[in-house]
Design a protein around this ligand. Structure first.
Ligand SMILES: Cc1cc2nc3c(=O)[nH]c(=O)nc-3n(C[C@H](O)[C@H](O)[C@H](O)COP(=O)(O)OP(=O)(O)OC[C@H]3O[C@@H](n4cnc5c(N)ncnc54)[C@H](O)[C@@H]3O)c2cc1C
Length: 483
C-alpha cells in the first residue's frame, strides 16, 4: 500500500492506544471524546485531500526511495518544485481545515533528518542515513501520520539543559542498552501527536560538548509503553465537549488547534529507530534545518490559509450586514490581503531560492532568509488581521447567542428578529461564531509561537543579512572612499 484512504486512517486511529488525558479524564478511544475526535477528523482530511485528483500535484509526491507515490507529508524535497508544492500543501490544508495540518511538523522533521543523517554518515562514517531511509520507506509504504516533537519542557530558560535543577526538563537518555536506548523527559505543545501513528523526535536546540545525553533524534510509535499525552484544555475544549450539535461551533468539525504534552517516562527506543545519538555538533544544524523548513511552511503558507478563511468570513459578514461597499471596510480587507499575500510571496521565494543541503545529499532546503521573513511577517500581520476581523465583524463576534436559541420556543422569535440584518439571523450568527473562533480563540499566540517565538526569527534575520554588502552599496553611491 502506498496511499492510505481517509477511511483506512480513521479505522487505524480507532485502534491507536495512546495513554491520553484530556481535562483530567482518561480518553480510552480517540473517537469517543469530542476534543480528541477533532484531531482525528483533521488528520483524516489530510488523507482525503491526498485522494482528491485535483490536489494530487500538491498532496502527493514520488518517493526517492521506492519511486512510489507518497503523501507529501512523508516526502523528502528533491528540488525547488518539491519545496514549492510543500508550501502550497501547507496553504491548501489550512484553507480546508482552519486548524493545523497535524502532519506538518513531522514532515519538516523528516526532511531535516534526511539532510543531517546523510551529513553525519559522510563525516563520521555512521549508518544513520541507512537506518533513516529504511524507517522512512516503511512509513511511506504504510502512509503513516507523523507528528514532530522538538520543544522540550525547558525549565529555567536561563540555564543549559545540564544545569537544570531537574534534568528531565530536556528529553535525555537514561540508559544505553545493546538493543536501544531509554529516554526520559517531555516534549510540550505537540500538535496532533495523539492522532499520529508516529512521532519524530529531534533535540530541542543546539547542544555543546558535555551535553551528549540530550543529543538524540528518533521515531516513536503512538502508544509506546511509558508515553503519556496530556492534552491542552481551555474554554473551547469545554464548549466542544458540552455542545449538543457541533454546528454551534466556529469551526465545527476540526476545532481550534489541539496540542498535548508528551511525557516520556523511561521509554525504550530500539536502535533501528535512533537517527542521532550523542553527536552534539550536529544538533544545531539539524534543528536549524527543521526551522528553515518549518518557517516557510508553518509561517509563510499555513497562516496564509488561515488568513484566507478570515478574509472570507469578513466578506460574508459585511455582505450579511449590508456593509460590503463601505470604503474604510474595504481598506481593512485590503490590509489583510497585503499582510497575508506578502507572507505567501516570501514562502514562494523561500521555495524557489532553496538549495540542495548539504551538497550531494539530494535534499532540498528552503532559503533561510525568506523563510524567516515569511514567519516573522505573518506573526505580526496576524494580529492586524484579527484586529480588522474584530472591527469588521462588530461586537457580535464576541456577544453572539447560542445558535440553538433560534429554535427555542420562547426566545427563538426574538433572536430571529433582532439578529437578522441584510441576511437571516442564522447566517449572521454562524459567521460571527466563525470570526470568534479566529479573533477570540487560541490563534493569536498560536501563530506567534508556532515555528518558534519571533525573537528567534529576528536573530536569524540579523545573522543572515549581509550588512557589509549593504554598507558598500551605500558608500559606492555616496562616492565615499575608505581612508
Ligand atoms: C499552537 C502551537 C503548536 C505547536 N506545535 C508544536 C509541535 O507540534 N511540536 C513542537 O515541538 N513544538 C510545537 N510548538 C511549540 C513552539 O515551537 C514553542 O511554543 C515555541 O518554540 C516557543 O517556546 P515556548 O512555548 O516554550 O516559549 P518560551 O520559551 O517560554 O518563550 C516565551 C518568551 O521568552 C523568550 N525566551 C525564551 N527563552 C529565552 C532565552 N533563553 N533568552 C531570551 N528569550 C527567551 C521567547 O522569545 C518568548 O518571547 C507549538 C506551539 C504552539 C503555540
Amino acid at each position: 500500500m502506498a496511499l492510505k484512504t481517509a477511511d483506512e486512517y480513521i479505522e487505524s486511529a480507532g485502534k491507536l492506544t495512546p495513554r491520553v488525558y484530556c481535562g483530567g479524564k482518561r480518553v480510552e478511544n480517540l473517537l469517543d471524546n469530542a476534543v480528541t475526535l477533532s484531531v482525528v477528523r483533521a488528520t483524516t482530511k489530510i488523507y482525503e485531500l491526498a485522494e482528491d485528483p485535483q490536489y494530487k500535484e500538491i498532496m502527493v509526491g514520488t518517493s526517492h526511495l521506492t519511486g512510489e507515490p507518497v503523501n507529501r507529508n512523508l516526502h523528502i524535497a528533491r528540488n525547488n518544485h518539491d519545496l514549492d508544492m510543500r508550501q502550497e500543501m501547507a496553504l491548501l490544508t489550512s484553507q480546508h481545515l482552519g486548524t493545523c495540518n497535524y502532519r506538518c511538523v513531522g514532515c519538516d522533521a523528516l526532511n531535516a533528518l534526511a539532510a543531517s543523517t546523510w551529513e553525519m554518515d559522510r563525516d563520521l562514517g555512521t549508518d544513520y542515513n541507512k537506518r533513516f531511509n529504511t524507517y522512512l520507506a516503511w512509513a511511506q509504504a504504510n502512509d503513516l501520520a507523523c507528528s514532530g516533537a522538538i520543544t522540550d519542557a525547558k525549565g529555567d530558560r536561563k540555564k543549559r539543559p545540564s544545569q537544570q535543577d531537574d534534568i528531565d526538563m530536556h528529553l535525555h537518555v537514561v540508559e544505553k542498552r545493546p538493543d536501544g536506548i531509554v529516554v526520559r523527559g517531555a516534549k510540550v505543545s505537540q500538535s496532533g501527536a495523539i492522532g499520529a501513528h508516529e512521532t519524530i523526535v529531534l533535540p530541542g536546540g543546539a547542544l555543546r560538548p558535555g551535553e551528549e545525553d540530550f543529543a538524540i533524534a528518533f521515531a516513536v510509535p503512538n502508544g509506546t509503553p511509558g508515553l503519556t499525552y496530556i492534552t491542552q484544555y481551555n474554554a473551547y475544549s469545554v464548549e466542544r465537549e458540552s455542545v449538543k450539535d457541533v454546528y454551534e461551533l466556529g469551526n465545527p468539525l476540526f476545532g481550534q488547534r489541539e496540542t498535548s504534552t508528551m511525557v516520556f517516562e523511561d521509554v525504550f527506543i530500539p536502535w533501528e529507530r535512533v537517527f542521532l545519538f550523542g553527536e552534539t555538533k550536529y544538533c544545531g544544524r539539524l534543528v536549524a534545518r527543521f526551522a528553515k523548513a518549518h518557517r516557510m511552511n508553518c509561517g509563510g503558507a499555513c497562516k496564509v490559509g488561515y488568513a484566507d478563511l478570515i478574509i472570507g468570513g469578513c466578506m460574508l459578514a459585511v455582505e450579511y450586514t449590508g456593509l460590503d461597499k463601505i470604503p474604510h471596510i474595504q481598506e481593512k480587507v485590503i490590509d489583510m490581503v497585503r499582510f497575508s499575500e506578502t507572507s505567501h510571496a516570501c514562502a514562494i521565494a523561500a521555495a524557489f531560492r532553496g538549495k540542495e543541503e548539504p551538497e550531494g545529499s539530494g535534499v532540498w532546503m528552503p532559503d533561510d532568509l525568506f523563510g524567516n521573513a515569511a514567519k516573522l511577517n505573518i506573526a505580526h500581520g496576524f494580529w492586524e488581521i484579527m484586529k480588522n476581523a474584530g472591527d469588521i465583524g462588530g461586537g457580535g463576534v464576541v456577544t453572539m447567542h447560542a445558535i440553538s436559541d433560534l429554535s427555542h420556543p420562547e426566545i427563538g422569535e426574538y433572536v430571529r428578529k433582532y439578529i437578522a440584518s441584510a441576511a437571516p439571523a442564522e447566517k449572521r450568527m454562524k459567521v460571527m461564531k466563525f470570526l470568534q473562533h479566529w479573533t477570540a480563540g487560541l490563534h493569536g499566540p498560536g501563530t506567534w509561537h508556532g515555528a518558534g517565538a519571533p525573537a528567534t526569527q529576528r536573530m536569524a534575520l540579523y545573522a543572515l543579512t549581509d550588512f557589509e554588502a549593504k554598507k558598500k552599496l551605500a558608500k559606492d553611491l555616496m562616492l565615499l572612499k575608505d581612508d
